[in-house]
Write a protein that binds this ligand. Structure first.
Ligand SMILES: [Zn+2]
Length: 344
Protein backbone atom coordinates (compact mmCIF):
# COMPACT_ATOMS: atom_id res chain seq x y z
CA UNK A 1 0.00 0.00 0.00
CA UNK A 2 2.77 2.43 1.00
CA UNK A 3 4.53 1.63 -2.25
CA UNK A 4 1.37 2.29 -4.24
CA UNK A 5 0.86 5.63 -2.49
CA UNK A 6 4.46 6.61 -3.18
CA UNK A 7 4.09 5.72 -6.86
CA UNK A 8 0.83 7.63 -7.11
CA UNK A 9 2.42 10.68 -5.48
CA UNK A 10 5.33 10.59 -7.93
CA UNK A 11 2.96 10.16 -10.87
CA UNK A 12 0.91 13.18 -9.81
CA UNK A 13 3.99 15.33 -9.20
CA UNK A 14 5.31 14.36 -12.60
CA UNK A 15 1.99 15.11 -14.33
CA UNK A 16 1.78 18.46 -12.54
CA UNK A 17 5.35 19.35 -13.55
CA UNK A 18 4.56 18.56 -17.20
CA UNK A 19 1.37 20.59 -17.07
CA UNK A 20 3.22 23.61 -15.73
CA UNK A 21 6.08 23.25 -18.16
CA UNK A 22 4.08 22.75 -21.34
CA UNK A 23 1.30 25.31 -20.70
CA UNK A 24 1.39 29.02 -19.80
CA UNK A 25 0.41 28.03 -16.25
CA UNK A 26 4.07 28.20 -15.28
CA UNK A 27 3.85 32.00 -15.38
CA UNK A 28 1.07 31.94 -12.83
CA UNK A 29 2.88 29.44 -10.63
CA UNK A 30 6.11 31.46 -10.78
CA UNK A 31 4.29 34.64 -9.79
CA UNK A 32 2.98 32.98 -6.65
CA UNK A 33 5.00 32.56 -3.50
CA UNK A 34 8.18 34.25 -2.34
CA UNK A 35 11.32 34.84 -4.40
CA UNK A 36 13.40 31.69 -4.45
CA UNK A 37 16.59 30.04 -5.62
CA UNK A 38 16.88 26.64 -7.26
CA UNK A 39 20.30 25.06 -6.76
CA UNK A 40 21.06 22.31 -9.25
CA UNK A 41 23.83 19.84 -8.60
CA UNK A 42 25.92 17.38 -10.50
CA UNK A 43 29.55 16.31 -10.73
CA UNK A 44 30.74 16.24 -14.32
CA UNK A 45 30.02 17.40 -17.80
CA UNK A 46 31.59 14.73 -19.97
CA UNK A 47 30.17 12.91 -22.96
CA UNK A 48 32.20 9.75 -22.36
CA UNK A 49 31.70 9.44 -18.61
CA UNK A 50 35.49 9.64 -18.18
CA UNK A 51 35.81 6.44 -20.16
CA UNK A 52 33.98 4.54 -17.40
CA UNK A 53 36.18 5.80 -14.55
CA UNK A 54 33.13 7.30 -12.88
CA UNK A 55 29.72 5.82 -12.12
CA UNK A 56 27.36 6.79 -14.98
CA UNK A 57 24.92 8.94 -12.98
CA UNK A 58 27.74 11.35 -12.12
CA UNK A 59 28.01 12.78 -15.64
CA UNK A 60 25.84 14.72 -18.01
CA UNK A 61 26.59 15.50 -21.65
CA UNK A 62 27.46 18.95 -23.01
CA UNK A 63 24.16 18.93 -24.90
CA UNK A 64 22.22 18.23 -21.72
CA UNK A 65 23.90 21.08 -19.82
CA UNK A 66 23.26 23.50 -22.68
CA UNK A 67 19.60 22.53 -22.85
CA UNK A 68 19.12 22.99 -19.10
CA UNK A 69 20.70 26.46 -19.18
CA UNK A 70 18.67 27.49 -22.24
CA UNK A 71 15.38 26.36 -20.77
CA UNK A 72 15.96 28.11 -17.46
CA UNK A 73 17.06 31.31 -19.19
CA UNK A 74 13.98 31.24 -21.43
CA UNK A 75 11.81 30.89 -18.36
CA UNK A 76 13.34 34.01 -16.84
CA UNK A 77 15.54 32.54 -14.15
CA UNK A 78 18.68 34.51 -13.30
CA UNK A 79 21.90 32.53 -12.84
CA UNK A 80 23.81 33.42 -9.67
CA UNK A 81 26.41 32.11 -7.25
CA UNK A 82 25.02 30.58 -4.06
CA UNK A 83 26.34 33.33 -1.75
CA UNK A 84 25.04 36.08 -4.03
CA UNK A 85 21.64 34.46 -4.46
CA UNK A 86 21.14 33.74 -0.77
CA UNK A 87 22.33 37.23 0.22
CA UNK A 88 19.70 38.69 -2.09
CA UNK A 89 17.00 36.49 -0.59
CA UNK A 90 18.00 37.18 3.00
CA UNK A 91 18.15 40.94 2.34
CA UNK A 92 14.67 40.75 0.84
CA UNK A 93 15.73 42.17 -2.51
CA UNK A 94 13.04 41.99 -5.18
CA UNK A 95 13.77 40.36 -8.51
CA UNK A 96 13.34 37.29 -10.65
CA UNK A 97 13.69 33.77 -9.31
CA UNK A 98 17.28 32.57 -9.29
CA UNK A 99 19.15 29.42 -10.20
CA UNK A 100 22.62 28.13 -9.47
CA UNK A 101 24.52 25.27 -11.07
CA UNK A 102 26.84 23.49 -8.64
CA UNK A 103 29.32 20.70 -9.29
CA UNK A 104 30.88 18.63 -6.52
CA UNK A 105 34.38 17.24 -5.95
CA UNK A 106 36.45 19.16 -8.53
CA UNK A 107 36.67 16.96 -11.62
CA UNK A 108 38.79 18.06 -14.59
CA UNK A 109 35.91 18.71 -16.91
CA UNK A 110 34.80 21.52 -14.60
CA UNK A 111 37.67 23.56 -16.06
CA UNK A 112 37.94 21.92 -19.48
CA UNK A 113 34.28 21.47 -20.47
CA UNK A 114 31.99 23.21 -17.99
CA UNK A 115 33.87 26.52 -17.96
CA UNK A 116 33.74 27.11 -21.75
CA UNK A 117 29.97 26.46 -21.67
CA UNK A 118 29.50 28.89 -18.77
CA UNK A 119 31.43 31.50 -20.75
CA UNK A 120 29.31 30.79 -23.83
CA UNK A 121 26.16 31.64 -21.84
CA UNK A 122 27.78 34.31 -19.67
CA UNK A 123 26.71 32.77 -16.39
CA UNK A 124 28.41 31.90 -13.07
CA UNK A 125 28.36 28.57 -11.23
CA UNK A 126 29.73 26.97 -8.06
CA UNK A 127 32.36 24.26 -7.77
CA UNK A 128 32.90 22.45 -4.46
CA UNK A 129 36.40 21.11 -3.93
CA UNK A 130 37.74 18.10 -2.15
CA UNK A 131 41.21 19.47 -1.35
CA UNK A 132 43.51 16.58 -0.46
CA UNK A 133 43.56 15.37 -4.04
CA UNK A 134 44.57 18.86 -5.16
CA UNK A 135 47.40 18.96 -2.64
CA UNK A 136 48.62 15.37 -2.77
CA UNK A 137 47.15 13.85 -5.96
CA UNK A 138 45.51 11.07 -3.91
CA UNK A 139 41.90 10.08 -4.66
CA UNK A 140 39.30 9.09 -2.07
CA UNK A 141 38.26 5.49 -1.37
CA UNK A 142 35.17 5.56 -3.59
CA UNK A 143 37.38 5.86 -6.68
CA UNK A 144 39.58 3.00 -5.49
CA UNK A 145 36.47 0.88 -5.03
CA UNK A 146 35.00 1.71 -8.43
CA UNK A 147 38.33 1.10 -10.15
CA UNK A 148 38.77 -2.24 -8.37
CA UNK A 149 35.28 -3.46 -9.29
CA UNK A 150 36.04 -2.64 -12.87
CA UNK A 151 39.57 -4.07 -12.90
CA UNK A 152 39.24 -7.33 -10.97
CA UNK A 153 35.49 -7.90 -10.57
CA UNK A 154 33.18 -7.80 -7.61
CA UNK A 155 33.86 -11.28 -6.22
CA UNK A 156 37.58 -10.69 -6.17
CA UNK A 157 37.23 -7.27 -4.52
CA UNK A 158 35.12 -8.72 -1.72
CA UNK A 159 37.42 -11.73 -1.30
CA UNK A 160 40.57 -9.61 -1.10
CA UNK A 161 38.98 -7.02 1.22
CA UNK A 162 37.91 -9.75 3.64
CA UNK A 163 41.35 -11.38 3.48
CA UNK A 164 42.85 -8.14 4.83
CA UNK A 165 41.07 -8.78 8.09
CA UNK A 166 43.47 -7.16 10.55
CA UNK A 167 41.77 -5.71 13.57
CA UNK A 168 38.30 -5.39 12.07
CA UNK A 169 36.78 -8.84 11.73
CA UNK A 170 33.31 -7.30 12.09
CA UNK A 171 33.92 -5.02 9.12
CA UNK A 172 34.75 -8.03 6.97
CA UNK A 173 31.56 -9.75 8.12
CA UNK A 174 29.52 -6.72 7.11
CA UNK A 175 31.12 -6.59 3.66
CA UNK A 176 30.64 -10.36 3.15
CA UNK A 177 26.96 -10.08 4.08
CA UNK A 178 26.44 -7.16 1.70
CA UNK A 179 28.11 -9.08 -1.12
CA UNK A 180 25.62 -11.92 -0.65
CA UNK A 181 22.60 -9.71 -1.26
CA UNK A 182 22.52 -10.65 -4.94
CA UNK A 183 21.86 -8.03 -7.59
CA UNK A 184 23.45 -4.60 -7.21
CA UNK A 185 26.44 -5.90 -5.26
CA UNK A 186 28.39 -2.71 -5.90
CA UNK A 187 25.61 -0.66 -4.35
CA UNK A 188 25.27 -2.90 -1.28
CA UNK A 189 29.02 -3.13 -0.67
CA UNK A 190 29.48 0.61 -1.11
CA UNK A 191 26.67 1.29 1.35
CA UNK A 192 28.28 -0.90 4.01
CA UNK A 193 31.67 0.69 3.38
CA UNK A 194 30.10 4.14 3.74
CA UNK A 195 28.31 3.66 7.02
CA UNK A 196 29.12 0.41 8.78
CA UNK A 197 32.91 0.03 8.91
CA UNK A 198 35.86 1.85 10.43
CA UNK A 199 36.56 4.68 7.92
CA UNK A 200 40.30 4.79 8.53
CA UNK A 201 40.96 1.10 7.99
CA UNK A 202 38.54 1.05 5.02
CA UNK A 203 40.58 3.78 3.35
CA UNK A 204 43.85 2.01 4.06
CA UNK A 205 42.63 -1.37 2.88
CA UNK A 206 41.17 -0.09 -0.38
CA UNK A 207 44.27 1.99 -1.12
CA UNK A 208 46.38 -1.14 -0.58
CA UNK A 209 44.18 -3.35 -2.77
CA UNK A 210 44.18 -0.66 -5.46
CA UNK A 211 47.99 -0.52 -5.50
CA UNK A 212 48.34 -4.32 -5.38
CA UNK A 213 46.01 -4.68 -8.38
CA UNK A 214 48.19 -2.32 -10.42
CA UNK A 215 46.32 0.92 -9.80
CA UNK A 216 48.41 4.08 -10.18
CA UNK A 217 47.41 6.69 -7.66
CA UNK A 218 48.78 9.80 -9.30
CA UNK A 219 47.65 8.71 -12.74
CA UNK A 220 44.06 8.23 -11.58
CA UNK A 221 44.09 11.54 -9.71
CA UNK A 222 45.37 13.36 -12.79
CA UNK A 223 42.80 11.71 -15.04
CA UNK A 224 39.91 12.67 -12.79
CA UNK A 225 40.67 15.86 -10.92
CA UNK A 226 41.61 19.44 -11.70
CA UNK A 227 44.88 21.03 -10.67
CA UNK A 228 45.11 24.19 -8.56
CA UNK A 229 45.95 26.10 -11.73
CA UNK A 230 42.64 25.05 -13.22
CA UNK A 231 40.83 25.99 -10.01
CA UNK A 232 42.44 29.41 -10.25
CA UNK A 233 41.22 29.69 -13.82
CA UNK A 234 37.65 28.93 -12.71
CA UNK A 235 37.87 31.43 -9.89
CA UNK A 236 39.24 34.13 -12.20
CA UNK A 237 36.27 33.54 -14.51
CA UNK A 238 33.80 34.23 -11.72
CA UNK A 239 33.03 30.67 -10.65
CA UNK A 240 32.32 30.51 -6.93
CA UNK A 241 34.72 28.06 -5.26
CA UNK A 242 33.34 26.21 -2.24
CA UNK A 243 34.81 23.73 0.24
CA UNK A 244 33.83 20.03 0.31
CA UNK A 245 36.20 18.58 2.99
CA UNK A 246 39.75 17.31 2.54
CA UNK A 247 39.05 13.64 1.84
CA UNK A 248 35.31 13.46 1.13
CA UNK A 249 34.76 12.03 4.62
CA UNK A 250 31.24 11.09 5.69
CA UNK A 251 31.06 13.63 8.48
CA UNK A 252 28.49 11.77 10.57
CA UNK A 253 30.90 8.82 10.90
CA UNK A 254 33.88 10.76 12.28
CA UNK A 255 34.61 12.71 15.51
CA UNK A 256 34.04 16.43 16.13
CA UNK A 257 37.80 17.00 15.77
CA UNK A 258 37.79 15.19 12.44
CA UNK A 259 34.85 17.32 11.29
CA UNK A 260 36.85 20.44 11.99
CA UNK A 261 40.00 19.00 10.41
CA UNK A 262 38.10 18.02 7.26
CA UNK A 263 35.98 21.16 6.90
CA UNK A 264 38.33 23.87 8.11
CA UNK A 265 41.23 22.09 6.40
CA UNK A 266 39.56 22.32 3.00
CA UNK A 267 38.50 25.94 3.55
CA UNK A 268 42.03 26.98 4.56
CA UNK A 269 43.62 25.18 1.61
CA UNK A 270 41.34 27.10 -0.75
CA UNK A 271 42.00 30.38 1.06
CA UNK A 272 45.74 29.84 0.86
CA UNK A 273 45.68 29.11 -2.86
CA UNK A 274 43.08 31.63 -4.02
CA UNK A 275 43.73 34.40 -1.53
CA UNK A 276 40.15 34.50 -0.29
CA UNK A 277 38.21 32.20 2.02
CA UNK A 278 35.29 30.19 0.62
CA UNK A 279 31.83 31.35 1.68
CA UNK A 280 30.05 28.10 0.85
CA UNK A 281 30.43 24.46 1.81
CA UNK A 282 28.89 21.18 0.59
CA UNK A 283 28.53 18.18 2.95
CA UNK A 284 29.91 15.06 1.20
CA UNK A 285 27.02 12.86 0.01
CA UNK A 286 24.77 15.49 1.59
CA UNK A 287 21.87 13.41 2.95
CA UNK A 288 20.61 14.24 6.44
CA UNK A 289 22.31 11.13 7.82
CA UNK A 290 25.68 12.08 6.28
CA UNK A 291 26.35 15.06 8.55
CA UNK A 292 25.37 16.21 12.05
CA UNK A 293 25.66 19.09 14.48
CA UNK A 294 29.47 18.75 14.63
CA UNK A 295 29.61 19.45 10.93
CA UNK A 296 27.40 22.53 11.12
CA UNK A 297 29.48 23.91 14.00
CA UNK A 298 32.67 23.29 12.03
CA UNK A 299 31.22 24.93 8.89
CA UNK A 300 30.55 28.13 10.84
CA UNK A 301 33.93 27.94 12.58
CA UNK A 302 35.58 27.63 9.16
CA UNK A 303 33.95 30.90 8.11
CA UNK A 304 31.48 29.50 5.57
CA UNK A 305 28.15 31.34 5.64
CA UNK A 306 26.16 28.86 3.59
CA UNK A 307 26.17 25.07 3.29
CA UNK A 308 24.33 22.84 0.85
CA UNK A 309 22.78 19.37 1.15
CA UNK A 310 21.44 16.90 -1.43
CA UNK A 311 17.77 16.78 -0.44
CA UNK A 312 15.63 18.42 -3.10
CA UNK A 313 13.73 21.66 -2.72
CA UNK A 314 13.70 25.38 -3.31
CA UNK A 315 15.50 27.91 -1.13
CA UNK A 316 13.87 31.08 0.17
CA UNK A 317 14.84 33.67 2.76
CA UNK A 318 13.44 31.25 5.35
CA UNK A 319 15.65 28.27 4.47
CA UNK A 320 18.30 27.29 7.03
CA UNK A 321 21.52 28.79 5.58
CA UNK A 322 23.49 25.71 6.69
CA UNK A 323 21.08 23.30 4.99
CA UNK A 324 20.30 24.71 1.56
CA UNK A 325 18.52 22.27 -0.70
CA UNK A 326 19.78 21.11 -4.08
CA UNK A 327 18.13 19.29 -6.94
CA UNK A 328 20.24 16.56 -8.57
CA UNK A 329 20.61 16.69 -12.34
CA UNK A 330 21.75 13.87 -14.54
CA UNK A 331 21.45 13.00 -18.19
CA UNK A 332 17.98 11.50 -17.81
CA UNK A 333 16.47 14.33 -15.75
CA UNK A 334 13.66 15.93 -17.77
CA UNK A 335 13.92 19.70 -18.10
CA UNK A 336 10.18 19.97 -17.41
CA UNK A 337 10.92 18.50 -14.00
CA UNK A 338 13.44 21.20 -13.11
CA UNK A 339 11.09 24.01 -14.00
CA UNK A 340 7.71 22.51 -13.18
CA UNK A 341 8.38 20.55 -10.00
CA UNK A 342 6.61 22.18 -7.06
CA UNK A 343 8.21 21.88 -3.66
CA UNK A 344 6.48 22.49 -0.39
ZN1 LIG B 1 31.20 14.94 -3.36
Amino acid sequence: MANFKHKLKLFLLDAYARLLFYTPLWRVADALGPRRMLILFGHCVDDTNYGGLLVPDMCMSRAKLRSIISVLQQRGYVFVTIADGMDQLVQGKPGKHMVNISMDDGYRDNAETLLPILKEFGIPATVFLETRVLEERRVNWTHHLHWLFDAIGQDEVVKRFIALEGEEAEDSQAVRKASELGARVYYHVKRVLKYDVNPKSRDEKLARLFAEAGGMERDLADKLYMTWEQVQELSNAGVEIGAHTRTHAILSTVSAEENLYEIDGSARAIEERLGHAPEVFAYPFGRSWDYGEDAKVAVSAAGCRYAVITHSGWNTAETNPLELRRVPVEESTGNYWLVGRRYT
